[in-house]
Design a protein around this ligand. Structure first.
Ligand code: SR1
Ligand code: MG
Length: 405
C-alpha cells in the first residue's frame, strides 16, 4: 500500500519552483536541463517566477501567493485562497474572452500557485501610458472584457441556482476587506495607512470634513459590500493589464468576487483619468501631450460605448431574465451602472492619491511642486465625480470633467 502525501504549502524559490514546472511536460527533457529561472514579482502581494528555455525561447510564469501582503510584510497575514480565486477567475473569464486573458496551464490550491502563459512580449499598461505609448485596441478589448464577463456571470444570463453557486465559489472576504479599507474607508478618515505629503494636509482635511462627500462614499461602500451583481475582476487598474500594440491581456484577478456592476470599468476609467492628469507633467512636447490626452479621453469613451453595445447585444440575444424584453429595463440597468461607475472612479482616484497604494503616474512626476499641483487636481476631480454622479448622465460629460481637471 502506498501512502500519498499531499504537499504542504511553502514559499517557492528559484530552485524549488522547478519541481512544480518539470512534471507539467511544458518543457521537454532536453529543455528541462537548461531552464533559466528568475523571480520577477514587483506587485504588492505575490511571488512571480519567469522560467525560460533560452534555446527555444519557450517560457512560462509561475505565480505563488504568499501568506502575507508582500507590500507590508509578514505582519499583514493574507489568505492563500486568493490563488484559487485567481486561477478560477482566469478560467471563467477564458470562457467568454479567451483572447483577453493569459492561458492557465496548471494550478494547485495547496501550494497557492498558478502556472500560466508568459506575456514578456507585453508591457504593463501603466508603464506604457506613462511613456506616452498608445494602444489602438485597448478600448474595444476592455469594453468587451467588462461587458462579456459581466453579462455571462449575471442573473440576466445564469440560472439563479448557478449564479448563487458562483457567488459562493468566489466569496473572497479577505481581499474584499483590503478594498473596503484601502479604497472606501481609510482615505476618508485620518487613518495611519494613508500616505500623502504634508503639503496636502489642507486638501486632505477638506475631504475628511466634507459631509456630503462622505455620505456618497458611504453609499458606494455599502453597495460594494452588498451588491452581488456580477463576477468582477476586482482590481482592474492599469497595472493589471498587459499590452502590446495589438494585444491586451487582463491579469491578476485575485480580488475577484461578485460585486456591483460598475466597479471594474470605473477602475479602468479612473486610472486612465489619472494618467491623463499626469501627462501634463510627463509629456515632453505640447503636441504630444494633446494627442496623448485626446487618445486617453477617446479610449475612455470608446470603452464605455463598447461595454454598453456589447452588453446590449448579449442581452438581446441571450438574456433569460423574464423582464428582458420589457422596454426600459436594460436602459435602467446600464444607466445605474454608469452612475455608480462615476462614483467608484472618484473613490479610486482619491485613494491612489492619498491612500496606501499609489500610482506611478502621479508619484513619478519629477518636480515636487508639479507633483503636488496634480495631486491636488486629482483630489478635486475624485471629489467632484463622487458628488456629481447623478448630474453626469453620459460618457461625453464624464470625459469633459476629466479634460477640465
Ligand atoms: C495591500 S494591496 C494594495 C493594493 O494593491 C492591489 O493591487 C490592490 O489595488 C490593493 O488595494
Ligand atoms: Mg494585482
Amino acid at each position: 500500500m502506498s501512502i500519498q502525501v499531499k504537499p504542504t504549502y511553502e514559499p517557492l524559490n528559484e530552485q524549488t519552483v522547478l519541481d512544480v514546472v518539470k512534471p507539467l511536460d511544458f518543457f521537454d527533457a532536453v529543455e528541462q536541463k537548461s531552464l533559466l529561472v528568475k523571480e520577477i514579482g514587483d506587485g504588492n502581494l505575490n511571488l512571480v517566477f519567469h522560467i525560460e528555455d533560452p534555446s527555444s525561447n519557450k517560457a512560462l510564469i509561475v505565480k505563488q501567493a504568499l501568506p502575507y501582503a508582500k507590500v507590508v510584510g509578514e505582519s499583514w497575514p493574507l489568505t492563500l485562497d486568493r490563488a484559487r480565486i485567481e486561477s478560477e477567475a482566469l478560467l471563467r473569464e477564458a470562457e467568454s474572452v479567451p483572447h483577453l486573458v493569459p492561458k492557465v496551464y496548471y494550478s494547485d490550491s495547496t501550494l497557492a500557485v498558478t502556472v500560466m502563459e508568459d506575456l514578456s512580449d507585453h508591457v504593463i499598461l501603466r508603464k506604457g501610458l506613462i511613456e506616452g505609448q498608445t494602444y489602438p485596441n485597448l478600448a474595444e478589448d476592455i469594453g468587451t472584457f467588462t461587458a462579456k464577463t459581466a453579462f455571462y456571470s449575471s442573473d440576466f444570463y445564469l440560472h439563479p441556482f448557478e449564479k448563487k453557486e458562483q457567488v459562493g465559489r468566489f466569496s473572497n472576504p479577505e481581499l474584499c476587506k483590503i478594498t473596503e479599507d484601502l479604497v472606501f474607508t481609510d482615505p476618508f478618515f485620518n487613518h495611519d495607512t494613508n500616505d500623502f505629503p504634508a503639503e496636502l494636509q489642507n486638501e486632505v482635511e477638506k475631504i475628511w470634513n466634507d459631509k456630503e462627500l462622505l455620505r456618497e462614499v458611504a453609499q458606494l461602500r455599502y453597495a460594494f459590500l452588498t451588491k452581488a451583481e456580477i463576477l468582477l475582476h476586482g482590481d482592474l487598474h492599469s497595472g493589471s493589464i498587459f499590452v502590446k500594440h495589438d494585444s491586451t491581456k487582463v491579469i491578476d484577478p485575485e480580488f475577484a468576487f461578485y460585486g456591483p456592476a460598475g466597479f471594474d470599468i470605473a477602475h479602468f476609467i479612473a486610472n486612465l483619468a489619472l494618467n491623463h492628469l499626469s501627462q501634463n507633467a510627463h509629456a515632453k512636447e505640447p503636441f504630444n501631450r494633446e494627442s496623448l490626452q485626446t487618445y486617453l479621453l477617446q479610449t475612455i469613451e470608446k470603452t464605455w460605448n463598447t461595454y454598453s453595445e456589447t452588453f446590449t447585444q448579449l442581452w438581446n440575444e441571450k438574456a433569460t431574465d423574464p423582464f428582458a424584453k420589457t422596454e426600459g429595463v436594460l436602459e435602467n440597468f446600464l444607466q445605474k451602472t454608469f452612475q455608480e461607475a462615476i462614483g467608484y472612479a472618484g473613490c479610486e482616484i482619491i485613494r491612489r492619491t492619498i491612500g496606501l497604494a499609489h500610482v506611478a503616474d502621479l508619484d513619478s512626476i519629477p518636480q515636487k511642486e508639479v507633483e503636488l499641483f496634480y495631486k491636488k487636481k486629482a483630489l478635486e476631480l475624485g471629489s467632484a465625480l463622487i458628488k456629481n454622479q447623478e448630474k453626469i448622465t453620459n460618457i461625453k460629460e464624464l470625459t469633459d470633467w476629466i479634460r477640465g481637471a
